[in-house]
Ligand binder design. Structure first.
Ligand SMILES: [Ca+2]
Length: 447
């Protein structure tokens, strides 16, 4: 396979339904699969699969100037399509059928740090056909969980009790809020964008960037990024939902299209943007079950610039996916709600890891990831709140907790990871590969 190695990016959740007779699950699988760039919304996406395979990402070593990079590419017969100057990365196109040769030739060149295919992946979407029940029914079911006693609210009890969802309560975020709400911490959501018109997000979204096409808006035209954003920092206002760090500032870094598709170059450019623009935390609820060295290359740069990355472990119930498996990421597995049983997702009443959650030695923490209500665009749910399940939903809990750690004074990814580890405790009955250091208690991140 070599150059044409087929990676699979996942991006994966379940849509929760509470039918009159009981809990029903609709499984929604979004998987960015084999290269098939069909009906995609931008120019690069519109190119054919064969042409996509001819795109290469070339990372140059330090000291090679922009003009030297371009001269080098042209000398190889490569057309420069785009660039990430801060990373010394060019996106180039090889003549048809010549990409493999060009890659092989450049790999041994002393000017080159890394070179690889710019793999574009389309998703495929497998959605069940049931109508969505009102969210109030879901809320009601969650309130009836017998084994779960939420932490007492120390401030503004009342509206918050309904606003704080089970995941936010399970990490004890309300106990931190009287002294720490993540005030002003910059959190990038590297995803499908964020819908800033959602009431719970409109004062929380401070900006954004479209890494797929810099001239296009970063507004979410899917829902996944908006859902992750709400788990981090939805407004504490007595309405809708509330995030773990409700005074953090959100930045939408759009690297995936309205279909949930994306290419390696766009994801790298989004990561680099986070580093160059002072993001303190970045949420990456996306990944693939194969290593992606070029994405790690971008992560290393951004981590060096002070960004803490929380990354979803994956939803294939197997080994931890990438980039979560890289040491630059804090990998997060998905926790079931206590007392809720579901044959597919959470077969035991004992609090445990979700069946779908990937696991392994790289898992740093476990966080709530089943039946997580959060913000969505009106097009997804007219109430602007909907429940989904996945390590995609677990990860933003940890991003929010990381924002609390930053607000409390942790500076840089190592300090943030240490603060989160100190605030975590293992859950009984779960192995280290399932939960890492365990569940983080936000009360220990209070100021
Ligand atoms: Ca709210």
């Amino acid at each position: 396979m070599g150059l044409l190695a087929r990676h699979m990016l996942w991006f994966f959740h379940w849509d929760a339904h509470f039918a009159a007779g009981g809990l029903k699950m609709r499984r929604t699988l979004l998987c960015l699969g084999i290269i098939l760039a069909v009906a995609a919304p931008n120019a690069r996406a519109a190119i054919s699969a064969l042409e996509a395979a001819d795109e290469l990402i070339v990372a140059f070593k330090p000291g090679i100037s922009d003009s030297q990079q371009k001269q080098f590419a042209q000398a190889q017969g490569l057309e420069v399509v785009d660039s990430i100057p801060g990373l010394r990365v060019l996106l180039v196109k090889a003549p048809k059928g010549r990409a493999g040769f060009a890659q092989f030739h450049m790999m041994s060149d002393p000017k080159i740090a890394k070179v690889g295919a710019n793999v574009w992946r389309d998703d495929w979407l497998n959605v069940g056909g049931e109508a969505v029940d009102p969210m109030s029914a879901a809320q009601q079911s969650l309130k009836q969980i017998p084994a779960f006693k939420p932490a007492p609210l120390k401030a503004k009890a009342g509206p918050e009790a309904d606003e704080a969802q089970w995941g936010v309560k399970r990490v004890n975020a309300p106990a931190a809020w009287p002294t720490n709400q993540g005030n002003g911490v910059k959190v990038a959501i590297i995803d499908t964008g964020i819908d800033p018109t959602v009431p719970d997000l409109k004062n929380r979204v401070a900006g954004g960037y479209n890494a797929i096409d810099e001239k296009q808006p970063w507004v979410d035209d899917h829902f996944h990024g908006t859902h992750c954003a709400g788990i981090v920092a939805a407004e504490l206002d007595g309405k809708g939902v509330v995030g773990v760090a409700p005074k953090a500032m959100l930045y939408a870094v759009k690297v995936l299209t309205k279909e949930g598709s994306g290419d390696m170059f766009g994801i790298m450019r989004g990561i680099q943007w986070a580093g160059e623009n002072g993001m303190q935390v970045a949420n990456m609820s996306l990944g693939a079950p194969q290593a992606m060295d070029l994405i790690q290359y971008a992560l290393q740069s951004a981590v060096g610039q002070g960004v803490t990355f929380a990354c979803a472990a994956g939803n294939d119930a197997k080994a931890v996916n990438w980039p979560a498996a890289y040491p630059e990421c804090i990998a997060v597995s998905a926790l079931c709600p206590p007392g809720v049983t579901n044959a597919k997702l959470c077969p035991s009443t004992a609090e445990g890891i979700a069946t779908f959650s990937s696991r392994g030695s790289q898992v740093a923490f476990i966080a709530p990831g089943v039946l997580i209500p959060s913000t969505v665009p009106t097009s997804n749910d007219p109430t602007n709140v909907h429940a989904y399940s996945g390590t995609s939903m677990a990860t933003p809990h940890v991003s929010g907790l990381a924002a609390l750690a930053v607000a409390r004074g942790a500076q840089g990814p190592d300090a943030v990871r240490a603060a989160l580890t100190a605030a975590a405790s293992p859950l009984p009955g779960l192995s280290a590969s399932e939960q890492g250091a365990g569940l983080i208690d936000a009360a220990k991140l209070a100021r």
